[in-house]
Design a protein. Structure first.
Length: 152
């Protein structure tokens, strides 16, 4: 059962989208936001040969990057106005080769705190009407305030 959260900042969806749109790496992998709700963000990206490792699977670094963003933005959706988000730790389990036509990453908050938020993420590969879980992540995110060079 997923925890249910309420956003502190009524403009959470706009701030998540604006921050996401500033991420050049998400543009590089052609990731898009599929859904945003308090404590949960879903991203998607298509298969691209330029993102693969030597066997043709999406590279573990790309899997980690997209899951990190999904988890980070899930945490950010619950942070107050004026906060920014930074990842301070994550652990990923690569369960199966990341092969498919498209991929969906879901980030979910497990425990939101004033300064530290714990998240979980899942990456699914999609081929036709089949879906396969290929990776999971547990991440720890930090709320950052008034730090030079960090934009909320």
């Amino acid at each position: 059962m997923e925890p249910q959260f309420a956003a502190i900042d009524a403009g959470y969806e706009v701030k998540v989208r604006e921050s996401f749109n500033r991420q050049a790496v998400m543009k590089t992998v052609k990731a898009t936001i599929v859904a945003i709700q308090p404590g949960k963000v879903e991203l998607a990206f298509p298969y691209q040969a330029s993102l693969t490792q030597q066997h043709g699977f999406i590279h573990a670094g790309i899997v980690s990057t997209v899951l990190d963003s999904a988890c980070g933005y899930a945490a950010f959706s619950l942070m107050p106005e004026g906060a920014a988000v930074l990842t301070i730790e994550f652990k990923i389990n690569l369960l199966s080769p990341a092969r498919g036509e498209k991929f969906r990453a879901i980030g979910m908050v497990k425990k939101a705190g004033r300064s530290i938020t714990v998240t979980e993420g899942e990456l699914f590969a999609h081929t036709g009407n089949r879906q396969k879980l290929v990776a999971t992540m547990v991440g720890t995110m930090m709320s950052v305030y008034d730090r030079e060079g960090i934009k909320n």
